[in-house]
Write a protein that binds this ligand. Structure first.
Ligand SMILES: NC(=O)c1ccc[n+]([C@@H]2O[C@H](COP(=O)([O-])OP(=O)(O)OC[C@H]3O[C@@H](n4cnc5c(N)ncnc54)[C@H](OP(=O)(O)O)[C@@H]3O)[C@@H](O)[C@H]2O)c1
Length: 259
Protein backbone atom coordinates (compact mmCIF):
# COMPACT_ATOMS: atom_id res chain seq x y z
CA UNK A 1 0.00 0.00 0.00
CA UNK A 2 1.32 3.48 -0.85
CA UNK A 3 1.98 5.54 2.25
CA UNK A 4 0.67 9.11 2.14
CA UNK A 5 3.28 11.77 2.94
CA UNK A 6 1.91 13.75 5.89
CA UNK A 7 5.08 15.81 6.37
CA UNK A 8 5.20 19.55 5.67
CA UNK A 9 7.50 19.10 2.68
CA UNK A 10 5.93 20.70 -0.38
CA UNK A 11 2.71 21.56 1.51
CA UNK A 12 0.77 24.80 1.10
CA UNK A 13 -0.86 26.39 4.13
CA UNK A 14 -3.65 28.93 4.66
CA UNK A 15 -3.76 30.61 8.07
CA UNK A 16 -6.78 32.74 8.94
CA UNK A 17 -5.61 35.40 11.38
CA UNK A 18 -2.04 34.56 10.38
CA UNK A 19 -0.51 38.03 10.75
CA UNK A 20 0.34 38.19 14.46
CA UNK A 21 0.24 36.56 17.89
CA UNK A 22 -0.58 32.83 17.71
CA UNK A 23 -1.45 32.85 14.00
CA UNK A 24 1.76 34.72 13.15
CA UNK A 25 3.85 32.24 15.11
CA UNK A 26 2.15 29.28 13.40
CA UNK A 27 2.88 30.85 9.99
CA UNK A 28 6.59 31.28 10.83
CA UNK A 29 6.81 27.87 12.51
CA UNK A 30 5.32 25.93 9.58
CA UNK A 31 7.57 27.77 7.13
CA UNK A 32 10.63 27.08 9.30
CA UNK A 33 9.71 23.38 9.38
CA UNK A 34 9.47 23.01 5.62
CA UNK A 35 6.08 24.20 4.31
CA UNK A 36 6.35 25.31 0.69
CA UNK A 37 3.94 28.26 0.86
CA UNK A 38 1.88 30.13 3.45
CA UNK A 39 -1.13 32.38 2.85
CA UNK A 40 -1.27 34.93 5.69
CA UNK A 41 -4.85 36.12 6.10
CA UNK A 42 -5.36 39.36 8.06
CA UNK A 43 -8.40 41.41 8.95
CA UNK A 44 -8.29 44.91 10.47
CA UNK A 45 -6.37 47.82 8.96
CA UNK A 46 -3.75 47.79 11.69
CA UNK A 47 -3.01 44.10 11.03
CA UNK A 48 -1.77 44.95 7.52
CA UNK A 49 1.76 45.82 8.68
CA UNK A 50 1.96 42.72 10.87
CA UNK A 51 0.87 40.63 7.88
CA UNK A 52 3.61 42.15 5.70
CA UNK A 53 6.20 41.46 8.42
CA UNK A 54 5.02 37.85 8.73
CA UNK A 55 5.16 37.43 4.95
CA UNK A 56 8.80 38.61 4.99
CA UNK A 57 9.64 36.18 7.84
CA UNK A 58 7.94 33.27 6.06
CA UNK A 59 9.90 34.09 2.89
CA UNK A 60 13.14 34.36 4.89
CA UNK A 61 12.45 30.81 6.12
CA UNK A 62 12.38 29.66 2.49
CA UNK A 63 8.64 29.42 1.79
CA UNK A 64 6.48 31.39 -0.62
CA UNK A 65 4.07 33.78 1.09
CA UNK A 66 1.05 35.91 0.31
CA UNK A 67 -0.99 38.27 2.49
CA UNK A 68 -4.75 38.46 1.86
CA UNK A 69 -7.19 40.68 3.76
CA UNK A 70 -10.75 39.62 4.54
CA UNK A 71 -13.65 39.85 7.01
CA UNK A 72 -14.28 36.15 7.58
CA UNK A 73 -17.69 36.69 9.19
CA UNK A 74 -18.82 36.97 5.54
CA UNK A 75 -18.83 33.56 3.78
CA UNK A 76 -18.06 35.15 0.39
CA UNK A 77 -14.86 36.59 1.89
CA UNK A 78 -13.87 33.18 3.27
CA UNK A 79 -14.30 31.75 -0.22
CA UNK A 80 -12.29 34.60 -1.75
CA UNK A 81 -9.38 33.99 0.67
CA UNK A 82 -9.30 30.25 -0.17
CA UNK A 83 -9.50 31.03 -3.90
CA UNK A 84 -6.60 33.50 -3.59
CA UNK A 85 -4.49 30.74 -2.04
CA UNK A 86 -5.38 28.23 -4.74
CA UNK A 87 -4.69 30.78 -7.48
CA UNK A 88 -1.30 31.70 -6.00
CA UNK A 89 -0.07 28.27 -4.86
CA UNK A 90 -2.05 25.79 -6.98
CA UNK A 91 -3.74 24.09 -4.02
CA UNK A 92 -4.23 24.32 -0.24
CA UNK A 93 -3.11 21.33 1.86
CA UNK A 94 -3.51 22.75 5.36
CA UNK A 95 -6.10 25.30 6.55
CA UNK A 96 -5.82 26.73 10.07
CA UNK A 97 -8.37 29.17 11.51
CA UNK A 98 -7.14 31.28 14.46
CA UNK A 99 -9.89 33.90 14.09
CA UNK A 100 -11.67 34.92 17.27
CA UNK A 101 -12.81 37.73 19.52
CA UNK A 102 -13.42 37.63 23.26
CA UNK A 103 -16.00 39.31 25.50
CA UNK A 104 -15.92 39.10 29.31
CA UNK A 105 -19.24 40.37 30.63
CA UNK A 106 -22.09 39.23 32.87
CA UNK A 107 -24.97 37.64 30.93
CA UNK A 108 -27.43 40.27 32.22
CA UNK A 109 -25.39 43.08 30.57
CA UNK A 110 -24.69 41.53 27.14
CA UNK A 111 -26.39 43.38 24.29
CA UNK A 112 -27.87 41.78 21.19
CA UNK A 113 -25.12 43.41 19.08
CA UNK A 114 -22.41 41.93 21.34
CA UNK A 115 -24.04 38.49 21.20
CA UNK A 116 -24.28 38.65 17.40
CA UNK A 117 -20.65 39.82 17.08
CA UNK A 118 -19.43 36.92 19.25
CA UNK A 119 -21.33 34.32 17.24
CA UNK A 120 -20.40 35.90 13.88
CA UNK A 121 -16.66 35.76 14.51
CA UNK A 122 -16.29 32.68 16.70
CA UNK A 123 -18.99 30.35 15.29
CA UNK A 124 -20.19 31.56 11.87
CA UNK A 125 -16.69 32.35 10.53
CA UNK A 126 -15.46 28.98 11.85
CA UNK A 127 -18.35 27.12 10.17
CA UNK A 128 -17.86 28.68 6.76
CA UNK A 129 -14.08 28.28 7.05
CA UNK A 130 -14.63 24.53 7.55
CA UNK A 131 -17.13 24.51 4.67
CA UNK A 132 -14.53 26.04 2.34
CA UNK A 133 -11.92 23.60 3.67
CA UNK A 134 -14.27 20.71 2.82
CA UNK A 135 -14.85 22.09 -0.67
CA UNK A 136 -11.32 23.21 -1.53
CA UNK A 137 -8.63 21.42 0.49
CA UNK A 138 -6.51 18.96 -1.46
CA UNK A 139 -7.05 15.25 -0.72
CA UNK A 140 -5.32 14.22 2.54
CA UNK A 141 -5.52 17.85 3.67
CA UNK A 142 -5.82 19.06 7.26
CA UNK A 143 -8.18 21.61 8.85
CA UNK A 144 -7.76 22.98 12.36
CA UNK A 145 -9.68 25.62 14.34
CA UNK A 146 -8.56 27.49 17.46
CA UNK A 147 -11.16 27.43 20.24
CA UNK A 148 -10.62 27.97 23.99
CA UNK A 149 -9.85 26.04 27.17
CA UNK A 150 -12.93 27.75 28.62
CA UNK A 151 -14.85 24.88 26.94
CA UNK A 152 -13.67 22.83 29.94
CA UNK A 153 -14.24 25.53 32.57
CA UNK A 154 -17.11 26.21 35.00
CA UNK A 155 -16.74 29.96 35.24
CA UNK A 156 -18.85 33.14 34.92
CA UNK A 157 -18.66 36.07 32.44
CA UNK A 158 -17.55 34.24 29.25
CA UNK A 159 -20.99 32.92 28.25
CA UNK A 160 -21.09 34.70 24.87
CA UNK A 161 -17.43 34.04 23.98
CA UNK A 162 -17.10 30.43 25.14
CA UNK A 163 -20.70 29.74 24.11
CA UNK A 164 -19.83 30.92 20.59
CA UNK A 165 -16.69 28.74 20.45
CA UNK A 166 -18.61 25.70 21.72
CA UNK A 167 -20.39 24.90 18.40
CA UNK A 168 -16.98 24.47 16.76
CA UNK A 169 -16.58 21.25 18.71
CA UNK A 170 -19.53 19.76 16.87
CA UNK A 171 -18.62 21.35 13.53
CA UNK A 172 -15.25 19.61 13.95
CA UNK A 173 -16.81 16.21 14.63
CA UNK A 174 -19.18 16.43 11.66
CA UNK A 175 -16.53 17.79 9.28
CA UNK A 176 -14.12 15.01 10.28
CA UNK A 177 -16.73 12.39 9.35
CA UNK A 178 -17.82 14.15 6.16
CA UNK A 179 -14.36 15.03 4.81
CA UNK A 180 -12.70 11.84 6.03
CA UNK A 181 -13.45 9.94 2.83
CA UNK A 182 -10.96 12.26 1.09
CA UNK A 183 -8.40 11.63 3.84
CA UNK A 184 -8.89 15.08 5.37
CA UNK A 185 -8.22 15.34 9.12
CA UNK A 186 -10.16 17.96 11.14
CA UNK A 187 -9.25 19.10 14.65
CA UNK A 188 -9.88 21.90 17.16
CA UNK A 189 -7.37 23.10 19.75
CA UNK A 190 -8.35 25.15 22.81
CA UNK A 191 -5.46 27.03 24.43
CA UNK A 192 -5.50 28.28 28.01
CA UNK A 193 -5.42 32.05 28.66
CA UNK A 194 -2.54 33.18 26.43
CA UNK A 195 -0.05 35.93 26.88
CA UNK A 196 -1.28 38.05 23.90
CA UNK A 197 -3.18 41.40 23.65
CA UNK A 198 -6.33 39.32 22.95
CA UNK A 199 -6.31 38.24 26.61
CA UNK A 200 -5.36 41.53 28.26
CA UNK A 201 -8.03 43.55 26.42
CA UNK A 202 -10.86 42.09 28.52
CA UNK A 203 -9.15 41.43 31.88
CA UNK A 204 -8.70 43.77 34.87
CA UNK A 205 -5.50 43.86 36.99
CA UNK A 206 -6.90 41.45 39.59
CA UNK A 207 -7.86 38.90 36.96
CA UNK A 208 -4.44 39.15 35.27
CA UNK A 209 -2.73 38.61 38.64
CA UNK A 210 -4.99 35.60 39.30
CA UNK A 211 -4.31 34.09 35.89
CA UNK A 212 -0.57 34.63 36.35
CA UNK A 213 -0.51 32.73 39.65
CA UNK A 214 0.78 29.25 38.82
CA UNK A 215 -1.28 27.57 41.52
CA UNK A 216 -4.53 29.02 40.15
CA UNK A 217 -4.28 27.77 36.60
CA UNK A 218 -1.51 25.23 36.17
CA UNK A 219 0.16 22.60 38.32
CA UNK A 220 3.41 23.44 36.56
CA UNK A 221 5.68 25.78 38.51
CA UNK A 222 5.67 28.80 36.21
CA UNK A 223 3.12 31.43 35.20
CA UNK A 224 -0.41 30.12 34.84
CA UNK A 225 -0.63 31.74 31.42
CA UNK A 226 -0.12 29.74 28.25
CA UNK A 227 2.57 30.98 25.84
CA UNK A 228 1.88 30.88 22.11
CA UNK A 229 5.09 28.82 21.90
CA UNK A 230 3.29 26.12 23.93
CA UNK A 231 0.59 25.79 21.25
CA UNK A 232 2.40 26.06 17.89
CA UNK A 233 4.29 22.71 18.11
CA UNK A 234 1.07 20.81 18.82
CA UNK A 235 -0.71 22.52 15.93
CA UNK A 236 2.25 21.58 13.69
CA UNK A 237 1.98 17.95 14.80
CA UNK A 238 -1.79 17.73 14.30
CA UNK A 239 -1.62 19.14 10.75
CA UNK A 240 1.19 16.73 9.79
CA UNK A 241 2.02 13.31 11.18
CA UNK A 242 -0.60 13.67 13.95
CA UNK A 243 -3.40 13.58 11.34
CA UNK A 244 -4.73 10.23 12.62
CA UNK A 245 -6.35 12.14 15.49
CA UNK A 246 -9.47 13.64 13.91
CA UNK A 247 -12.86 15.03 14.96
CA UNK A 248 -11.64 16.02 18.41
CA UNK A 249 -11.30 19.18 20.45
CA UNK A 250 -8.29 19.14 22.72
CA UNK A 251 -7.54 21.63 25.48
CA UNK A 252 -3.90 22.70 25.78
CA UNK A 253 -3.24 24.69 28.91
CA UNK A 254 -0.66 23.24 31.30
CA UNK A 255 -3.38 21.65 33.40
CA UNK A 256 -5.87 24.53 33.73
CA UNK A 257 -9.02 22.80 32.50
CA UNK A 258 -9.85 19.34 31.11
CA UNK A 259 -12.91 17.67 29.71
N1 LIG B 1 -5.22 34.93 23.95
C1 LIG B 1 -5.96 34.14 24.69
O1 LIG B 1 -6.06 34.29 25.92
C2 LIG B 1 -6.69 32.98 24.05
C3 LIG B 1 -7.03 31.89 24.86
C4 LIG B 1 -7.69 30.81 24.29
C5 LIG B 1 -8.02 30.82 22.96
N2 LIG B 1 -7.68 31.90 22.19
C6 LIG B 1 -8.05 31.84 20.78
O2 LIG B 1 -6.85 31.77 20.03
C7 LIG B 1 -7.03 32.41 18.76
C8 LIG B 1 -5.87 33.37 18.51
O3 LIG B 1 -5.86 34.36 19.53
P1 LIG B 1 -4.61 35.34 19.76
O4 LIG B 1 -4.38 35.40 21.23
O5 LIG B 1 -3.50 35.00 18.85
O6 LIG B 1 -5.24 36.79 19.43
P2 LIG B 1 -5.46 37.56 18.04
O7 LIG B 1 -4.16 37.83 17.39
O8 LIG B 1 -6.31 38.73 18.37
O9 LIG B 1 -6.25 36.52 17.14
C9 LIG B 1 -7.55 36.70 16.71
C10 LIG B 1 -7.54 36.93 15.22
O10 LIG B 1 -8.88 37.01 14.74
C11 LIG B 1 -8.90 38.00 13.73
N3 LIG B 1 -10.26 38.49 13.51
C12 LIG B 1 -11.08 39.11 14.39
N4 LIG B 1 -12.24 39.43 13.79
C13 LIG B 1 -12.15 38.98 12.50
C14 LIG B 1 -13.01 39.00 11.38
N5 LIG B 1 -14.25 39.57 11.44
N6 LIG B 1 -12.60 38.46 10.21
C15 LIG B 1 -11.37 37.89 10.11
N7 LIG B 1 -10.50 37.85 11.15
C16 LIG B 1 -10.88 38.38 12.33
C17 LIG B 1 -7.98 39.07 14.27
O11 LIG B 1 -7.60 39.95 13.25
P3 LIG B 1 -7.65 41.56 13.49
O12 LIG B 1 -6.93 41.82 14.80
O13 LIG B 1 -6.95 42.09 12.30
O14 LIG B 1 -9.11 41.93 13.58
C18 LIG B 1 -6.83 38.22 14.81
O15 LIG B 1 -5.90 37.95 13.78
C19 LIG B 1 -8.41 33.06 18.80
O16 LIG B 1 -9.32 32.25 18.09
C20 LIG B 1 -8.77 33.07 20.28
O17 LIG B 1 -10.17 32.97 20.48
C21 LIG B 1 -7.02 32.97 22.70
Amino acid sequence: MTRIDHSLAGKTVLIAGGAKNLGGLIARDLAAHGAAAVLVHHHAGDSHEAAQATVREVEAAGARALAVQGDLTRPAEVARVFDAGIEAFGRIDIAINTVGRVLKKPIVEITEAEYDAMFDVNAKAAFFFLQEAGRKLADHGKALTLVTSLLGAFTPFYAAYAGAKAPVEHFTRAAAKEFGERGISVMAVGPGPMDTPFFYGQEGEDAVAYHRSAAALSPFSRTGLTDIEDIAPLVRHLVTEGWWMTGQTILVNGGYTTK
